[in-house]
Design a protein around this ligand. Structure first.
Ligand code: SPD
Length: 274
């Protein structure tokens, strides 16, 4: 038995007691590892950073997906940036209005490994409504104009290929890629250990979008636990949120009350993101 650690921002580390390494490879983009843990189900790391554990992946994926899907009144055409494990796609498909999803993930190996080792996360990746494009999302989104009702940015932290996902130029491309009335969500890292990333992300978003809101979720297997998300739109304010769109969905984290509550921010998060 071995302890596997993610060292985060040279400040902290989170450890997992593991029984077996189930997969290890170096793809053209990153190192991909899957471990069997004792208390967290299977664990996926990319370049040593925790992406998914079976224990709590639902928290992160529900937060990233259902906030924007409840803000848009009729989300039909969806883009997922990153998210090669398939958890975001799985949650999007819970909404009946959805007609098509494009998943733009740079590394096809992540998707293939997750189909093998995380069948409950990647369960909908072959759904006929889903089109996977394995390419650089920054270049792809730059070619899109008024195509999507909702875009979700499900990247890893801003190192290596994911660095550009936190830049203002990318936010401008995302805005162009949204249809009128479109809504964007993005994971925005730890407010405790990466306050400069959170504050730069929200600063950039506010320069580009009219309406920008921060919300949080508790993701125990990400460093610090408390995680920040960004909801942005040119023309939809938070008051238009329809938490009742969650009714009948088999969610485990969000219900209408906890969705609303996720936008009630601790003071230091409100200050970082304003
Ligand atoms: N530092 C962890 C940030 C993780 C963001 N993406 C996770 C991918 C899950 N679909």
């Amino acid at each position: 038995m071995t302890w596997v650690y993610e060292h985060y921002r040279d400040a902290t580390a989170i450890g997992f007691h593991t029984t077996q390494r189930l997969h290890h490879e170096v793809s053209p983009f990153q190192t991909i590892d899957v471990h069997q843990t004792i208390g967290n189900g299977k664990l996926l790391t990319l370049d040593g950073m925790v992406m998914v554990t079976e224990l709590d992946e639902f928290v992160y994926h529900e937060a990233l997906v259902h906030a924007p899907m409840c803000l848009h009144p009729d989300p039909k055409r969806i883009l997922v940036v990153g998210g090669g494990d398939g958890g975001t796609v799985r949650e999007v498909l819970r909404h009946d209005s959805v007609e098509s999803i494009e998943l733009c993930e740079i590394d096809e190996r992540v998707t293939l490994v997750c189909e093998e080792h995380f069948p409950t996360v990647a369960s909908e990746i072959r759904n006929p409504k889903v089109r996977c494009r394995f390419e650089d999302a920054i270049a792809f989104v730059a070619t899109c104009e008024s195509e999507y009702d909702v875009i979700m940015v499900d990247g890893s932290e801003p190192v290596g290929p994911a660095e550009g996902l936190f830049e203002r130029a990318f936010f401008e491309s995302l805005k162009r890629a949204l249809r009128p009335g479109g809504v964007l969500s993005a994971q925005a890292e730890s407010p405790l250990y990466a306050p400069e990333v959170v504050s730069k992300t929200f600063g950039g978003m506010r320069e580009v979008f009219q309406h920008v809101h921060a919300y949080t979720a508790t993701c125990p297997t990400y460093p610090g636990g408390l995680w920040t998300f960004c909801l942005a739109s040119e023309d939809r304010a938070l008051e238009q949120m329809r938490p009742q769109a969650l009714a009948g969905l088999p969610t485990r984290y969000f219900n209408p009350q906890s969705l609303r509550a996720s936008f009630m921010l601790p003071t230091f998060v409100a200050e970082l993101t304003r």
